[in-house]
Design a protein around this ligand. Structure first.
Ligand SMILES: C[S@@+](CC[C@H](N)C(=O)[O-])C[C@H]1O[C@@H](n2cnc3c(N)ncnc32)[C@H](O)[C@@H]1O
Length: 262
């Protein structure tokens, strides 16, 4: 399972409305999202901030603040959040009341020109109109600042994880995490780089099922489809020795793409 991006990309252009509905689906389950989605490894954040620079960081499409909290823990940073969904933003403000959080999208960011040192987007870049988002990100970044997009996905080199992934995934693409996919290009940025970092999410069969339930694919499904799919997930986890009892680590890989503002 590549949390959102792979299944999204399996949707053809003619399903633009479904795609848009999925991109707006998260707020309905904001508290579950905050509780059950994984965070991001420090090494991945550090890689997204080359040059040791810290300063003002925008968490774009910040959701409930999973990445915002990780960025704050780096220390020496001011983190600002932009998130279009009112429910997600309310959850972020409940969890991180000191963080300035604004409504806005990647294509229309409510910040002045040259006003931040770095822009991060966790599990969200695939929802953006990439060309207009990069133009907008270039506008608010100072020259030499960086943009970094991160995704967590299951580590399919582990056999039981590959089987689990196959069960919950509907698409074939691994999105921007796929090494064969060309990186974005934009005149405002030096060429993008890509790197991967090991990560893990401590789960039980029940909480991993709850994680799956926060994926947009299931948020927009009918109640019956959702219940049937989650029942299959539960059955798989119950029948798999690594996940049947108690707590376990779900092995993840965090992919980061980053570029420096010209
Ligand atoms: C999967 S969540 C990721 C949330 C958070 N960044 C995290 O790491 O947990 C995707 C988020 O992207 C937001 N989103 C969708 N389309 C967007 C857009 N065009 N611009 C900005 N945010 C968008 C959604 O509202 C949602 O909160």
């Amino acid at each position: 399972m590549n949390y959102d991006q792979d299944v999204t990309e399996s949707i053809p252009d003619s399903a633009a409305e479904l795609r848009a509905a999925r991109s707006r689906s998260f707020g309905a389950e904001a508290a579950a999202y905050a509780e059950h989605r994984p965070d991001y490894p420090v090494a991945a954040l550090e890689w997204g901030l080359p040059g040791g620079g810290r300063g003002r960081i925008l968490d774009l499409a910040a959701g409930t603040g999973k990445l915002t909290g990780n960025l704050l823990s780096l220390g020496g940073v001011t983190v600002i959040a932009v998130e279009p969904d009112d429910g997600m933003r309310a959850e972020l403000s409940r969890r991180l009341p000191a963080v300035e959080a604004y409504p806005g999208t990647a294509e229309r960011i409510p910040l002045p020109d040259n006003s931040v040192d770095a822009v991060f987007a966790g599990q969200a870049f695939h929802w953006f109109d990439v060309s207009s988002a990069l133009t907008e990100i270039a506008r608010i970044l100072r020259p030499g600042g960086t943009v970094a997009a991160l995704w967590n996905h299951d580590d399919e080199s582990v056999p039981w994880v590959a089987a689990f992934s196959a069960l919950v995934r509907t698409g074939v693409s691994r999105g921007w995490a796929d090494a064969s996919r060309p990186l974005p290009e934009h005149p405002g940025f030096h060429p993008f780089d890509r790197a991967r970092f090991p990560h893990a999410h401590r789960r039980t069969a029940e909480t991993l099922t709850a994680t799956v339930a926060t994926h947009s694919r299931f948020l927009v499904a009918t109640g019956a489809e959702r219940a049937a799919a989650l029942a299959k997930v539960r059955e798989f986890l119950r029948d798999t020795p690594e996940t049947a009892d108690g707590e376990f680590e779900l092995p993840l890989v965090t992919t980061v793409i980053r570029a420096e503002r010209r």
